[in-house]
Design a protein around this ligand. Structure first.
Ligand code: 16G
Ligand code: ZN
Length: 529
């Protein structure tokens, strides 16, 4: 190991004065700083695979909705889930070693701690999004992997959820699907066709997809054009230019639409009540929207997606006659009106977790049907083994059959914009709803999100799923005083996990109140920092 490490580490140096942290979704920052990080992450992936008796681990090189000059890397565990949290600290430690000797020491510590048998052959699947920095970072990651003898499959350009699917398929002996892009397309499109056919749907589907000029563009086109185009009377992908990497996430994509509450660039002749959706740069996030006759923009975000899913699954479960639990998982960013609608109208249990997909995913596993979405559009539905054992494609009950195919259509490894998109399109048809009916289930409380730059965001510590500050001392009390001055007021403060900043969220009965409350809380944050 030492010899190959010395040879392979040449050219991969840790930049001075930077501290790396495996954050909410892996390492993410300016691509120019990442070379050493991807090298050490390659090493860790090989160790993780060896530790898990040679099961396949995934490495995804992406910075999601971040600007084109950023990049990042994250690891995928064998069942397609995010890297186990206990290993995040090891990823951070390796990335922060500033000499080869220190790196060797840390590797040895990990090998000893987990009693890793280095002779076990490691196996790693790797893919990247469409960023310009991707190929060079891929090469450095592979150097890291080659420190140990690893079987490497480079899948080239993929969406993040495709890689999650492939890793799980690769570890599942065919029971989850074929471990190839074709296998992914086949699984989704077969399920889609079956749901459409067995339910006797005959109205064709219309959708315009804004793919953020990211990798989701060619992938959703391939899936739909080659497999299910006959079910659409209008299918168009805009912002599909991945040849010019500078356009990635620029004035388009899920983050742009959610943050600015307006249409992305390049929607041709927007028509009232046409349904649109936006992916982010690596297609693990989706939001929908439409415009009214008065040309008002209406966002159907992650909260609207989870309420639609919850109301549909509650109806479906009744028709199956099966005894299955349904629950929804949100974060503090979920609009208060959505939480109220879920618990008071739909009467489903609603759980709140800290921000970041891994937290929601974990809690959603407690239900037979665990629906989780962040307001920003990250999310999916998880199905329990109990449920999977009760559904079958050969059932004589149409609802049970439909439920079976939904478990195939919905990507259970991670939120997947393509899979979520197909699912929502079908559910709207099954419920015979258009965007306006979907949007009418509840009305969002006006809200405001602010970013405050502080000297040290680590001073801000929270509890109660990020809804209550425990530090700095005294600040939460002051926030509560402000909140109490506004009808339906709610506000919370948390340190960002991806940026050096603190975020302030506020909602209230009127737009003006939500802005005033956010501003006042932001002032308090500055005072206390
Ligand atoms: C990451 C998370 C996302 C979360 C966001 C919060 C994943 C795959 N991504 O992008 O879920 O909403 O961080 O960012 O978990 P923040 O901590 O900067 O507010
Ligand atoms: Zn993303």
């Amino acid at each position: 190991m030492e010899l190959s490490l010395k040879k392979l580490s040449q050219g991969h140096l840790k930049p001075n004065n930077v501290t790396f942290q495996y954050g909410t979704a892996g390492f993410r920052m300016k691509a120019s700083l990442l070379d050493y990080v991807v090298f050490t992450t390659g090493i860790l992936a090989a160790l993780r695979s060896k530790y898990l008796q040679g099961k396949t681990i995934g490495i995804m090189i992406t910075a999601s909705h971040n600007p084109p000059e950023d990049n990042g890397v994250k690891l995928v565990d064998p069942m397609g889930e995010m890297l186990a949290q206990t290993w995040e600290a090891h990823a951070t430690t390796l990335a922060n070693t500033s000499s080869i000797e220190a790196l060797i020491d840390e590797i040895i510590k990990i090998v000893d701690l987990f009693e890793i048998d280095l002779k076990t052959q490691s196996s790693v699947f790797i893919a990247r999004d469409s960023r310009e920095s991707g190929p060079a970072l891929l090469k450095s990651t592979i150097d890291g992997l080659n420190v140990f003898d690893s079987a490497i499959r480079d899948f080239g350009l993929l969406t993040t959820p495709q890689l999650h699917y492939l890793v799980r398929a690769g570890n599942s002996n065919g029971s989850f699907g074929h471990p190839s892009s074709e296998g992914y397309y086949a699984k989704l499109s077969i399920a889609f066709k079956q749901i459409y056919k067995i339910n006797g749907l005959n109205n064709k589907i219309s959708i315009i997809v804004d793919a953020a000029n990211g990798i989701g563009a060619p992938k959703v086109q391939e899936l739909i054009h080659d497999n299910i185009l006959e079910y659409f009377d209008h299918f168009l992908v805009v912002n599909n230019n991945i040849e010019n990497p500078r356009l990635l996430n620029y004035n388009c994509g899920a983050d742009f639409v959610k943050t600015n509450q307006k249409l992305p660039e390049n929607i041709p002749n927007p028509e009232p009540f046409n349904l649109y959706c936006s992916f982010d740069g690596d297609a693990d996030r989706i939001v929908f929207y439409y415009i009214t006759e008065e040309k008002h923009f209406q966002l159907l975000d992650g909260d609207k997606i989870s309420t639609l899913l919850a109301s549909y699954f509650i109806k479906l479960i009744k028709l199956t006659g099966l005894d299955l639990s349904v629950g929804v998982v949100q974060t503090a960013y979920a609009n208060g009106a959505s939480t109220k609608y879920l618990s008071e109208v739909l009467k489903v249990p609603v759980e709140c977790t800290p921000t970041g997909v891994k937290h929601l995913h974990h809690v959603a596993q407690n239900f037979d049907i665990g629906i989780y979405f962040e307001a920003n559009g990250h999310g999916t539905v998880l199905f329990s083994d109990n449920l999977l054992n009760k559904v079958s494609p050969t059932s004589s009950n149409l609802s049970i059959k439909t439920l079976y195919y939904l478990t195939e259509l919905i990507n259970q490894t991670v939120g997947d914009a393509i899979s979520d998109c197909l699912t929502i399109l079908l559910i709207l048809k099954l419920l015979d709803n258009g965007p306006n009916e979907w949007n009418s289930n509840y009305q969002d409380l006006p809200n405001k999100l602010l970013k405050v730059i502080v000297n040290d965001r680590n001073l801000f510590k929270t509890t109660n799923a990020e809804r209550t500050l425990v530090q700095p001392k005294g600040l939460q009390m002051k926030i509560d005083e402000k909140v109490n001055q506004y009808p339906n007021g709610r506000s919370f403060v948390r340190a960002s996990g991806t940026e050096d900043a603190v975020r302030v969220y506020a909602e209230a009965a009127t737009k003006d109140d939500s802005i005033a409350l956010a501003d006042q809380v932001a002032e308090l944050v500055k005072e206390f920092s």
